[in-house]
Write a protein that binds this ligand. Structure first.
Ligand SMILES: NC(=O)c1ccc[n+]([C@@H]2O[C@H](COP(=O)([O-])OP(=O)(O)OC[C@H]3O[C@@H](n4cnc5c(N)ncnc54)[C@H](O)[C@@H]3O)[C@@H](O)[C@H]2O)c1
Length: 385
């Protein structure tokens, strides 16, 4: 049985849901189980994943076994699998850099990050641990706005030859310079900014695409989101929000028949409501013109538990990254990045990105010579059926 060794930076709510999910599906028939986009990818099941290294900066998580740390405050996501056996892997002190925003100190400890008082590792230490642990895929789950810290861990993964999945809106996989470096080292990368299984972004994109296909002129839209987890608390600092807003807005703009003027589109995290915890509520409005220029509007409210919604996608990213490693493919995984992330290097409509990802999984028409030559899997969408 093949297994996948995963390293994680940021043992917050998303990591908690991912690790719970690995155990939740262990004794279930994956073909019958609900909530999976792919029960098996390239021979890997959902539970064929081991966490072999982890970093965080919170005093309540550093030094704990990963199985304990995922339930430590301020994590607040719904617990759907409470019995996680000890992993034998302790959470290490991470490199703080800009992972911690000063405004977090103004909130009660149960809701915010509490910095651990431990020496921070340098790059060599992280790279050595990645190599010793045998990690194959690195999951970046740092808070929004962790520009330097994300680049620090990406640098470590690249040096250790570990595939990188960038779940956050810091532009690495969509940055041509970084993409080139991953391609040159033949290290796979998926990113940026994970697109939840059935969240605000995929819903807003699908409806925008529907307007386009049905000839309805989209004139104005907003997507307001509220939540009560540390992701939302961290984003109360407007300075950290720029990349998140860009990632979420561009995800919608890129599928519109005609780009909307900036003044006519508002997409982003809108408020932090502590009692909502990990429940995210999205309020969406779209205004348009039908046949004869007759006005219409649509209002929708979506309520989802934020972190399991991302884990349902992360579980595929990990297996797709490992599949690329198995096939000797490096650089940006274009189809999977477009399908699974909000801000890929190149945007495709979701059904096209889905077909590209399915073709990648099936490996039926991938030109391996081209892949070896360029280090990237670049099959045009038209061929990817
Ligand atoms: N939930 C979703 O659907 C979704 C979708 C897209 C993107 N994301 C992004 O994924 C990321 C993780 O989300 P989350 O809900 O788990 O956040 P979270 O706040 O629960 O977890 C972040 C964790 O990172 C730790 N951390 C902070 N700085 C660090 C550093 N320098 N090194 C190591 N650890 C550090 C924190 O202590 C915390 O445990 C966020 O950036 C979020 O925006 C989530």
């Amino acid at each position: 049985m093949k297994r996948i060794k995963v390293a994680i930076a940021g043992i917050g709510n998303c990591a908690s849901s991912l690790i719970q999910g690995i155990h939740y599906y262990r004794n279930r028939d994956p073909q019958e189980a609900a909530g999976l986009m792919h029960p098996v990818i390239g021979g890997y099941g959902v539970s064929d994943i081991d966490i072999v290294a982890a970093w965080d900066i919170d005093a309540r998580k550093v030094g704990q076994d990963v199985a304990t740390a995922i339930f430590a405050p301020p994590n607040c996501t719904q617990v759907f699998c409470k019995d996680i056996p000890p992993t034998g892997v302790k959470v290490r002190m991470g490199r703080i850099l800009d992972g911690y925003s000063d405004h977090m100190a103004q909130h009660p400890q149960e809701h915010t990050f509490v910095l651990a008082d431990q020496p921070e590792p340098d790059k060599d230490t992280v790279v050595s641990l990645l190599k010793e642990s045998g990690a194959e895929v690195f999951m970046n789950y740092l808070p929004v706005g962790s520009e330097e810290a994300s680049r620090f861990y990406a640098e470590c993964a690249l040096e250790a030859g570990v595939a990188f999945v960038n779940n956050i809106p810091v532009f690495i996989a969509s940055d041509p310079q970084w993409a080139k470096r991953f391609a040159e080292k033949k290290v796979p990368i998926i990113g940026d900014d994970i697109k939840a299984q059935l969240g605000a972004t995929i819903t807003h994109r699908t409806l925008t695409d529907l307007f386009r296909k049905r000839g309805v002129k989209l004139e104005r839209t907003y997507q307001l989101n509220t939540g009560g987890n540390t992701d939302f608390l961290n984003m109360k600092n407007q300075d950290r929000l720029a990349s998140k807003k860009e990632s979420k807005t561009e995800a919608v703009q890129s599928v519109a028949a005609k780009r909307l003027d900036e003044a006519n589109i508002h997409v982003g995290p809108s408020d932090y409501i502590p009692w909502q915890k990990d429940n995210k509520v999205c309020f969406l409005r779209m205004e348009g013109k039908l046949f004869g220029d007759v006005p219409m509007n649509l209002e929708m409210r979506l309520s989802v538990e934020d972190s399991p919604n991302s884990a349902g996608v992360a579980i595929d990213s990990i297996r797709l990254a490992r599949l690329a490693l198995d096939r000797g493919i490096g650089g940006v995984l274009e189809g999977p990045s477009a399908y699974l992330c909000k801000h890929p290097m190149k945007q495709y409509p979701d059904d096209e990105a889905y077909r590209m990802t399915e073709a990648f999984i099936q490996d039926n028409r991938v030109d391996l010579d081209e892949v070896r030559h360029t280090g990237r899997w670049t099959r045009p969408a038209a061929e990817a059926v």
